[in-house]
Ligand binder design. Structure first.
Ligand SMILES: NC(=O)C1=CN([C@@H]2O[C@H](COP(=O)(O)OP(=O)(O)OC[C@H]3O[C@@H](n4cnc5c(N)ncnc54)[C@H](OP(=O)(O)O)[C@@H]3O)[C@@H](O)[C@H]2O)[C@@H](O)CC1
Ligand SMILES: Nc1ncnc2c1ncn2[C@@H]1O[C@H](COP(=O)(O)OP(=O)(O)O)[C@@H](O)[C@H]1O
Ligand SMILES: [K+]
Length: 491
């Protein structure tokens, strides 16, 4: 039978509980899963800390604790000194059976004092955590952090929500985390990703067909967008590869639009034109070679330009400046049924007016918005303030409100569509946090839209390829370097 880890879907704790139930109902007993989970924890511990002096298993009352008991008994069998501190399992449960396999007594949690050479196995709470940990757990978390004792977390560091990636209160900071069958949002959303340390996904013998979920939530990657990437054909000519327009701001802030336009060209749009206000045309000309210009000073100019049907996608916002004009242009673009990437000033222009923006772009989804945290808060204050919502929930709600694809940026960029599909991008390097890198992203997405990629897939691919270019550039990268390194993958 094919056993599996699922490396593309993300499973909320609720979705993973359904997987568990399905697997057990299929005839694989819970204790067997627990034994495999405990064994994978031991394998990780012994390969990462081969010189461990003492393995200290902190065990909670549920199945997370059960995995810890299995690990404790295996480690003892291997001759590793073992200590168990924590709570007794509830009687009659799989965790109780697991606990009975270990002869070491369970000492009170509060009695644990870290020693040099200890490695802590955190088996207190995993997917079942639903509130802040109590004072006793908080105290031991504090002592471990103070002593700098390395922690290997089972499933999730205790105190971290697997759904939101946010701590519910005091939280373990792990060096490594071993989780099972599939990642949870909490492993990739910030700050969860950092609190987990290095996360390993272990195969515990669940049949592949059962490691599935109805929730359309993925890790971002080519499994989402690969089949829809623009294909290069021998008969291609520049017009067949799409025409992207980037609206330029005034003289003082034209660089942002240039970065965006350069990225659009690099990602493969056949033509890229700056729509430039008359006062900035000369200055832009001095900087441009492959990128063309068209004079656009008013909504009427823009509407006239859009009579060219080849102009299929536009970017509006980077360095744009004039908020009223941004609103007018967005309306013209919506009426002309063009694809629009709205970024930066284009987003600020609609603060307090998201209803208006959603109405403009009703019907087939043609709008992508790319807010960073500040812009998201400005646009959707009520959603942003709701502490019960994860970043995925927030992006999904915003997407549904606007009938748009939302690219909610950050170290854990979330891409969400109005139909509920969502992806989390977890591998962008931190040196992307540099002025102008967001302008490059809007151009990448715009360039892919101009090449007729479907809108959600274009946004996912844009975020992934933007991150890949940054990884290639390395630390010290500037937005100019980044725009120069963006490339379409070979298809
Ligand atoms: N998915 C898989 O593939 C597999 C999963 N497995 C493992 O199962 C784990 C999930 O087990 P689980 O459901 O028993 O939950 P777990 O995290 O042990 O919590 C236990 C109980 O603690 C309580 N509690 C909650 N918060 C609390 C707080 N702050 N302070 C105090 N108490 C708190 C709450 O009970 P309550 O007190 O509310 O009645 C809760 O029910 C999973 O993480 C993985 O390690 C593997 O064994 C096999 C394959
Ligand atoms: N710590 C980080 N790790 C990875 N990517 C990041 C990080 N911080 C920001 N980014 C990415 O860098 C880009 C910054 O965009 P933005 O904030 O709009 O910058 P700017 O307005 O200067 O262009 C986004 O793609 C964002 O997701
Ligand atoms: K844990």
């Amino acid at each position: 039978m094919a056993m599996a880890i699922n490396t593309t879907l993300l499973f909320t704790p609720e979705a993973m509980a359904k997987v568990d139930a399905r697997v057990i109902a299929s005839g694989i007993p819970g204790p067997e899963l627990m034994r495999a989970a405990g064994a994978s924890v031991v394998a990780c511990l012994l390969s990462s800390w081969p010189n461990v002096a003492r393995a200290v298993v902190l065990c909670g009352p549920g199945n997370n604790g059960g995995d810890g008991h299995i690990a404790a008994s295996l480690l003892a069998a291997f001759g590793v000194p073992v200590l168990r501190h924590g709570y007794a399992p509830r009687s009659g449960t799989d965790a109780a059976a697991a606990s009975a396999t270990c002869e070491h007594a369970i000492l009170p949690l509060g009695d644990y004092r870290p020693l040099a050479g200890d490695v802590v196995i955190d088996a207190l709470f995993g997917a079942g955590l639903d509130r802040a940990v109590g004072a006793e757990v908080a105290a031991v978390i504090g002592r471990i952090a103070e002593a700098g004792t390395p922690v290997l977390a089972i499933d999730l560091p205790s105190g971290l929500s697997g759904r939101t990636g946010r701590p519910t209160g005091p939280v373990i900071s792990a060096e490594r985390t071993v989780t099972f069958a599939g990642l949870k949002p909490g492993h990739v959303l910030m700050p969860g990703r950092e609190l987990c340390g290095v996360t390993t996904l272990a195969d515990i013998g669940m049949p592949a067909r059962l490691v599935a979920s109805d929730d359309p939530l993925w890790i971002n990657g080519p499994h989402l967008y690969g089949p829809t990437l623009p294909r290069r054909e021998a008969a291609d000519h520049k017009y067949s590869r799409g025409h992207l327009a980037v609206m330029s701001g005034p003289l003082i802030s034209g660089g942002a639009a240039r970065l965006s336009a350069m990225a659009g060209l690099r990602i493969g749009a056949g033509l890229v034109t700056l729509g430039t206000p008359p006062g900035a045309v000369m200055a832009q000309s001095a900087h441009l070679t492959a990128i063309m210009q068209h004079r656009v000073g008013s909504s009427a100019d823009l509407a006239a330009w859009l009579s060219d049907p080849r102009l299929s996608a536009l970017v509006l916002g980077p360095g744009f400046g004039d908020l009223e004009k941004a609103r007018d242009y967005a309306k013209v673009l919506a009426n002309a049924r063009r694809y629009l990437v709205l970024d930066a000033d284009g987003l600020t222009a609609f603060a307090g007016r998201t209803g208006e923006l959603g109405d403009m772009f009703a019907g087939e989804t043609r709008l992508v918005i790319t807010p960073h945290e500040g812009e998201f808060r400005r646009l959707f204050p009520a959603i942003a303030e709701d502490e019960t919502l994860s970043k995925v929930d927030r992006a999904r709600q915003a997407a549904a409100l606007l009938n748009a694809v939302v690219v909610y940026k950050g170290a854990d960029t979330v891409i969400a569509a109005s139909d509920g599909r969502a992806a989390i991008n977890a591998d962008a390097p931190p040196w992307l946090a540099t002025a102008g890198s967001g302008d490059v992203l809007s151009g990448v997405i715009g360039g892919l839209l101009a090449q007729s990629m479907p809108i959600f897939e274009a946004a996912c691919a844009g975020v992934a390829l933007h991150g890949a270019a940054a990884s290639q550039a390395g630390p010290g990268m500037t937005a100019e370097d980044l725009a120069g390194l963006v490339r379409p993958p070979a298809v």
